[in-house]
Design a protein around this ligand. Structure first.
Ligand code: X2X
Length: 335
């Protein structure tokens, strides 16, 4: 042990005096904000926290990722603007909401397109995902390779279960701010209201709307069961979060730091997919224990209602034949 160190260890006050100096030495060169709309207990935030720790370790303290869950920095709509302006460096956003900037990004949310997770990951880690990412990059944003899971979405209401397409008629249902969501629920005859996620709990509580739709992991972690009675397992669409970055902020990072950040973010995304799928299997009984009443309507009649309303042909036209062919290559004929 060198003499200085021995002296420091001998006197507690000397160690205390050194503490601020150590902090200054350890100050990260880059400190970036990552914003998202989900509660801290959701697997997305749990895994992001791990990724942040791994990144700090592997960059030897040069890069610190500060996580802002629960829309602390603003609604999704606001945060997308902040990301583009560089006020926030990273943001996870549903492709469906991102479609307000990148129209192609909502194609993964087409109603009843994906029968299961296998098909989802093959498409999103394959050609369809590559196409969507190139469209996102075309709008000047950075996007990580691996999309994170939100999940298969289920309908909750405070009024009645959804047994078939007729139960959607005039249903006051909250949908995220996205043309595809509004179009789909209008096609089912519902009365959708576009509301950002940070206002969903209070909108349900004050009965601005009677219903909403989200995967079980969100119904649980955002405590929507406190303000909703019925949960109908419609599995009407799959949804995922692209991990987006501000391009100028990204390009400021040295290549070796970029590589460490991308590696740990993508690995966390893969782990988060497994977490959400596992939760999906357990949560029905947990939520039933909290008083939610579950039912599972047949998907066929709801899908037929969408088809009859022209939903698939309308969106095929909007996305264009190239994008639609990439989707159908993974999931089969839709229209
Ligand atoms: O807003 C929602 O419902 C949520 C949390 O699922 C999305 O981010 C799309």
């Amino acid at each position: 042990m060198n003499p200085t160190r021995r002296k420091l260890m001998a006197g507690g006050s000397a160690i205390l005096a050194l503490a601020p100096f150590q902090r200054a030495l350890a100050a990260p060169e880059f400190r970036y904000k990552y914003a998202n709309n989900l509660p801290p207990s959701h697997p997305m935030n749990m895994r992001a926290k791990q990724a942040a720790a791994n990144i700090l370790r592997d960059t030897k303290g040069r890069f610190q990722l500060d996580i802002f869950p629960s829309s602390q920095l603003g609604s999704d709509t606001d945060t997308l603007s902040q990301l583009r302006a560089g006020a926030v460096e990273f943001f996870t956003l549903s492709g469906l909401i991102l479609s307000t900037l990148v129209p192609a990004a909502s194609i993964s949310g087409i109603g009843f397109a994906f029968p299961n997770y296998d098909t989802v990951w093959k498409a999103l880690d394959g050609d369809l995902g590559a196409y969507i990412r190139s469209e996102i990059q075309g709008k000047g944003l950075v996007v990580m390779d691996k999309i994170w899971d939100n999940g298969f979405r289920q309908v909750t209401t405070s009024t009645k279960p959804i047994d078939g397409p007729d139960d959607f008629h005039d249903l006051k249902i909250r949908v995220p701010v996205s043309p595809l969501w509004t179009s789909m629920f209008k096609a089912l005859g519902a009365a959708p209201a576009s509301i950002n996620f940070n206002e969903v709990y209070s909108s349900l509580q004050t009965k601005v709307v009677d219903a909403q739709e989200n995967p079980l992991a969100i119904i649980d972690t955002a405590k929507l069961y406190e303000v909703q009675k019925y949960c109908s397992m419609t599995n009407h669409m799959w949804d995922g979060f692209w991990f987006l970055g501000n391009r100028r902020a990204w390009e400021k990072l040295p290549k070796d730091i970029q590589a460490v950040v991308a590696k740990h973010i993508n690995a966390a995304g893969i782990a988060e997919r497994t977490d959400v799928a596992a939760l999906d299997k357990q949560l029905q009984s947990k939520l039933a224990g909290k008083g939610m009443i579950f039912n599972t309507p047949a998907p066929g009649p709801i899908r037929d209602a969408l088809r009859k309303a022209g939903f698939y042909t309308e969106w095929q036209k909007k996305y264009g034949d190239k994008a639609w062919a990439l989707l159908e290559k993974s999931v089969g004929k839709l229209a």
